[in-house]
Design a protein around this ligand. Structure first.
Ligand code: OXD
Ligand code: MN
Length: 594
């Protein structure tokens, strides 16, 4: 018996009977355990050593080429009532789902070690944190969980104190796409994932627990589990304000979370502090504000595109003690990916001699796994048990046209509509076509563990007497001109937009009111030294009422697709904006002259 918690021991025994491993290892999370695990994987070929002089402590994992991204079409929410999962999820009845996967789990760990991985999502002593146990036969998953969560003895003690935990069963199975399923049972607080070793499908603490099961727990317990980064912005007066921002996968959350201020801002004393880059759990505090923790302890970031110009902090933090997945390698054994200005690939992500005819050297969804503490902008408040207070919530997506650089929602209800209506071009983080516009409410389309209509109601429910809710904004760094060029430089310069956002929160920044919300005029933003042509400024901040009528009508249809559960308050808000746009040739004219 390895735990004082009887229910945990019983479950571990039950799983062992089903999967028939050669041995069982309870993870304690120690450095020695991590070292042994790494050595074992280097010997088995699960990991490859990288250049120890340039990248000490770094290793490379090459996935099965059919297993390189999340598989949304094989991801299910298994609730007793189909409507509870909603049209935003694939659904299967729990009994059917259990039967289907248990059949695949039967005997799947024969000859392998079964690892029992106790973990805590969030600081061990935080009342907002929640725990889970992942059982897996993948040492790569164990090593990643050690970096991404508070894993091992301290988590086990908390689980024994709490008396409950989320159960996650994972096996790589045969890595067969036809025998791959990611099943969630929110009513049982459990997960079963088989047939994939890829991060989002296999590191069960991340998307499966912290978002899908977490969002379900959050609704029943009165908090929010969101696909958001958390970043602290310190102004020259030394005041730090925290914002949480939701963007779909691979749309720059990690870059924004680790932003380096433009030179003039740095000189003036602005600083940026990283609390989290992917997931945010928020709960109303006694003071009525929303307080947030990052449930993760590491970053599982997209490598391609990471360079000195886009994210120098990230590049710095992944020079040592990092697990790389599916990157290319240089002749002197350094990791390499598209967008890295130094070096040239000799080998591609599949271990073949690099040949551009085979496509990119690194898989577009190649990743790094690294401890959050290695980030130069790491905030020690990431360990604060009470979390950090959130001043602003930002939604955003890749919108090449229509959507201005930034706008502010008029109030909480409008902000919830703005989040619900979010759309973005798809990226390589999930299998499927890239570059297609899809609605991705609050960037949670692949991650909300229940019916979106109920989720929007849950969001609306935070607006109650005594609440001091953050203001809600929408940003779009990806607007293009007629020639297809980005209008906004992005990256560090995004701080200019964050400054305006915080100015709005403080009541000091100007804006004009439009039917879609408050939009800055060019003079309301600090665009000094940017050299933006005035035509770009105009386009970036324009609200084209005619085109927005089409967008708002499409949003109305989208909301209607959720049927009767869709809160009337949100539909009323949509109609209100549609009406305002109908009467708004004037707004178009004013915007165009902005
Ligand atoms: C991620 C994702 O890995 O959103 O964070 O896909
Ligand atoms: Mn993500």
């Amino acid at each position: 018996m390895a735990s004082s918690l009887e229910s945990l021991n019983r479950w571990v025994e039950e799983v062992a009977r089903l999967t028939e491993p050669a041995e069982i290892h309870w993870c304690n999370g120690s450095d020695g355990e991590y070292r042994l695990l790494t050595e074992k994987m280097l010997a088995s070929g699960d990991l490859h050593a990288l250049n120890p002089d340039t990248h000490p402590g770094c290793t490379l994992h090459r996935s099965n080429p059919t297993d390189v991204a999340r598989v949304e079409h094989l991801t299910y929410i298994c609730t007793r009532n189909r409507d509870d999962a909603g049209p935003n999820n694939h659904w299967m009845a729990p009994a059917e789902a259990h039967a289907k996967v248990d059949h695949l789990f039967a005997g799947c760990m024969r000859g392998r070690t079964m690892y029992v991985v106790p973990y805590c999502m969030g600081p061990i002593d935080s009342p907002i944190s929640r725990c889970g146990v992942e059982i897996t036969d993948s040492p790569y998953v164990v090593a990643n969980m050690r970096i991404m969560t508070r894993m091992g003895a301290a988590a086990l003690s908390r689980i024994e104190r709490d008396g409950g935990f989320v159960k996650g069963l994972h096996s790589i199975g045969e890595l067969d796409p036809d025998r791959r399923f990611i099943m969630h049972f929110p009513e049982e607080l459990s997960i079963k994932s088989i047939g994939s070793g890829y991060g989002g499908n296999a590191l069960l603490g991340k998307k499966c627990h912290a978002l899908r099961i977490g969002s379900w727990q959050a609704r029943s317990e009165g908090w929010l589990a969101e696909h958001m980064l958390i970043v602290g912005i310190e102004n020259p007066q030394g005041e730090i304000r925290y914002v949480a921002a939701a963007f779909p996968s691979a749309c720059g959350k990690t870059n924004l979370a680790m932003l380096i201020p433009p030179e003039s801002y740095r000189k003036a004393g602005w600083k940026v502090w990283t609390v989290g880059d992917d997931i945010c759990w928020m709960k109303p505090g006694a003071d009525g504000r929303l307080w947030a923790i990052n449930p993760e302890a590491g970053y599982f970031g997209v490598a391609p595109g990471t360079d000195t110009t886009t994210n120098p902090n990230a590049l710095d933090m992944i020079q040592h003690d990092t697990i790389y997945t599916n990157v290319g390698v240089t002749a002197d054994n350094q990791p390499w990916w598209e967008g890295l200005s130094e070096g040239r690939p000799a080998t591609d992500w599949q271990g073949r001699d690099y040949d551009p005819a085979n496509g990119p050297a690194a898989h577009p969804n190649a990743r790094f796994t690294v401890s959050a503490r290695q980030c130069p902008s790491w905030s020690e408040h990431a360990e604060a048990a009470q979390g950090v207070p959130i001043s602003a919530i930002i939604f955003g997506g890749r919108r090449p046209s229509l959507v201005p650089l930034v706008f502010e929602a008029k109030d909480w209800t409008h902000g919830v509509l703005v989040g619900a209506a979010m759309g973005s071009e798809t990226t390589a983080a999930a299998t499927g076509a890239v570059g297609v516009l899809r609605r991705d409410s609050m960037a949670m389309k692949p991650f909300c563990g229940y019916n979106f209509a109920d989720y929007f109601s849950h969001w609306l429910s935070f607006d109650k007497p005594g609440a001091k809710l953050p203001k809600i904004f929408h940003v779009n760094w990806f607007r293009k001109n007629a020639e297809g060029r980005f209008l906004w430089p992005g990256f560090g310069e995004n701080l200019r937009v964050l400054e305006w956002i915080l100015g709005r929160c403080a009541g000091s920044a100007g804006a004009r009111e439009t039917p879609i919300g408050f939009v800055p005029d060019a003079g309301d933003l600090n665009l000094d030294e940017l050299d933006l042509p005035s035509v770009a400024k105009r386009e970036l901040l324009a609200v084209d009422a005619k085109a927005w009528r089409g967008e708002i009508a499409a949003i109305g249809e989208y909301l209607d697709g959720f049927g009767e559960r869709m809160p009337e308050r949100l539909k009323r808000e949509q109609r209100h904006i549609a009406d305002a746009l109908e009467m708004a040739p004037l707004a178009t004219a004013r915007a165009a002259s902005g």
